[in-house]
Write a new protein. Structure first.
Length: 189
């Protein structure tokens, strides 16, 4: 896993861009879901912090619980914070996932694990799949410094507190007064 205090790698990848963060990613002012290339540098330049939330695949219950908690905490509705989910699935799966769980932040299709690998978050194997992201949360500040990085040992582990819950402290250290997500692993995921 990438170390806190190091420079965050940039990446560009296909994404389903939705809601307020989606407008930033697409750049056309629309709020509709659309396929677009998400370039991390655009988000880092425009926000005080960027939360990168990695998952091995869409529809993984524990990852979905974390992403829903972030959605419900309003992280995606702030001018000072951008939220990006990155999964090892296709863009088509990302569309279905964003629709099913009403995610209003971009969902990146890191299908071959390039972004995850650049953050040293690539799982060799998980549930019969190779080269997929580990379940993790990373916070990058406006100077490209990794301010927080935490991963679950296994994507299905019910980590308490969850990585996204622990990321709140790093956001507050950056002056981003984001509410702490409340992860409910027992939701209808």
């Amino acid at each position: 896993m990438i170390d806190e205090g190091t420079t965050a790698p940039d990446f560009a990848a296909p994404a389903v861009a939705v809601g307020p963060a989606g407008r930033d990613a697409v750049g056309d002012g629309s709020a509709d879901r659309a396929a677009a290339e998400l370039a991390l540098f655009r988000l880092v330049e425009a926000h005080d912090a960027v939360a990168l939330l990695f998952a091995p695949a869409t529809f993984v219950p524990t990852s979905t619980a974390e992403l829903a908690a972030v959605r419900d905490a309003g992280w995606d509705d702030r001018d000072d914070l951008a939220v990006v989910a990155l999964t090892g699935d296709s863009l088509y799966a990302a569309f279905a996932y964003a629709d099913r769980f009403d995610l209003s932040f971009p969902v990146v299709a890191d299908f071959h694990g390039g972004a995850a690998e650049s953050y040293d978050l690539l799982a060799d194997s998980w549930e019969g799949h190779s080269d997929v992201p580990r379940r993790a949360a990373v916070v990058v500040d406006g100077d490209w410094t990794v301010r927080f990085a935490a991963a679950a040992d296994d994507a299905l582990d019910r980590v308490d507190p969850a990585p996204v819950e622990r990321a709140t402290g790093a956001l507050r250290d950056l002056g981003v007064d984001a509410a702490r997500p409340r992860v409910d692993y027992d939701g209808e995921w």
